[in-house]
Design a protein around this ligand. Structure first.
Ligand SMILES: *Cc1c(COP(=O)(O)O)cnc(C)c1O
Length: 321
């Protein structure tokens, strides 16, 4: 516990943490020794903790509070909606205005030809949805063997079973016997850390070529999709060399596999465009969204689906997810 706390409530909250709260991505031994910092308030880009310290929130919550804290209009819209209709499902031929209007608003911001949105509770669930939808898509097209999804070492795609498997973080895979079958990984385009003597240009080409190598190794007939963030957020904010995405685009054009852009961090303005895919001129078949979608005011994610994929799914009928 933190012995230096000036506010007696800090120690009380830290005791509650120790007694009852299991925090995500935390070292429980360290947490027991030091206690968590208790955040009690926020406005704009600043946080306040229980000791009265004002902190610049450089990480925007957890990469999510894109519009900042204290947005009264969001608070009011949520309160209004909760009074009118706090919940209804959209299973079995029902819908409600907010879900429809939000889907339209997102389709209008997304790259051309991406007009359909499946909503989830988080980005992780968005990627779980992606895995099922992508495999279902290929099955509908009479190619049920196209199952393998290629991700990148050290990439992060969430913490559900599929999300953590798609990601390439070894310390996550070690717990819970991951990845699940049908997932492969290629190196990340991390020039600064892993290129040795190679120029950024040459390393970018090398890293992109690993995708082609993996497709050939697995067999194109077994590969469903490639998933990547336009700029890799968690794992080091890895901006790929300029040569990387153009080469990946060439490879994707050569093989019949889907491209999934994980826009959970890059989406909703982080690169100056609405989506990181637009910044790099990428044409994804699917895009996972979360975080900036609601700026963290409510937990929410989704999967934006291109017309090409949607038309196949629609013709089949049921999506049992
Ligand atoms: C945070 C994150 C996710 C998971 O989103 P959650 O809403 O936390 O489940 C997926 N992909 C990327 C790139 C992320 O940064």
């Amino acid at each position: 516990m933190n012995q230096q706390a000036k506010n007696p409530k800090t120690a009380q909250w830290q005791a509650l943490s120790q007694a009852h709260h299991l925090a995500p991505f935390s070292d429980y031994k360290q947490l027991a020794e030091n206690g968590p910092r208790i955040i009690t308030e926020a406005r704009g880009v600043h946080l306040w903790d229980s000791e009265g310290y004002k902190i610049l929130d450089g990480m925007a919550g957890l990469w999510c509070v894109a519009v900042g804290y204290g947005r009264e209009e969001l608070v009011e819209a949520a309160a209004r909606q909760m009074r009118q209709l706090p919940f209804y499902n959209t299973f079995f031929q029902t819908a409600h205005p907010p879900v429809l209007e939000l889907a339209q608003a997102i389709a209008q911001l997304a790259p051309a030809g991406m007009n359909h949105v499946f909503f989830t509770g988080s980005g992780s669930e968005g990627n779980d949805t992606m895995l099922r939808l992508v495999r279902h898509y290929w099955a509908c097209k009479g190619q049920p063997n196209k199952k393998v999804i290629i991700g990148r070492e050290n990439g992060y795609h969430g913490s559900t079973v599929a999300g953590a498997s798609l990601g390439g973080m070894k310390f996550m895979h070690e717990q819970g016997d991951l990845p699940i079958p049908g997932i492969a990984h290629i190196p990340q385009p991390y020039w600064f850390g892993e290129a040795g003597e190679q120029s950024p240009e040459a390393f970018g080409i090398w890293a992109a070529d690993q995708l082609e190598k993996k497709i050939l190794e697995l067999g194109e007939e077994n590969v469903a999709a490639f998933i990547a963030e336009p700029i890799q957020g968690a794992g080091g904010v890895i901006v790929p060399p300029d040569s990387y995405w153009p080469r990946i685009k060439e490879i994707l054009a050569k093989y019949d596999i889907l491209f999934v852009a994980d826009e959970v961090i890059c989406g909703f303005g982080r690169t100056g465009e609405w989506f990181g895919s637009q910044y790099y001129g990428l044409q994804p078949d699917l895009m996972t969204i979360a975080k900036g979608l609601t700026s963290g005011y409510v937990p929410m994610g989704g999967l934006i689906v291109s017309d090409k994929v949607f038309e196949v799914i629609e013709a089949h009928g049921d999506f049992n997810h």
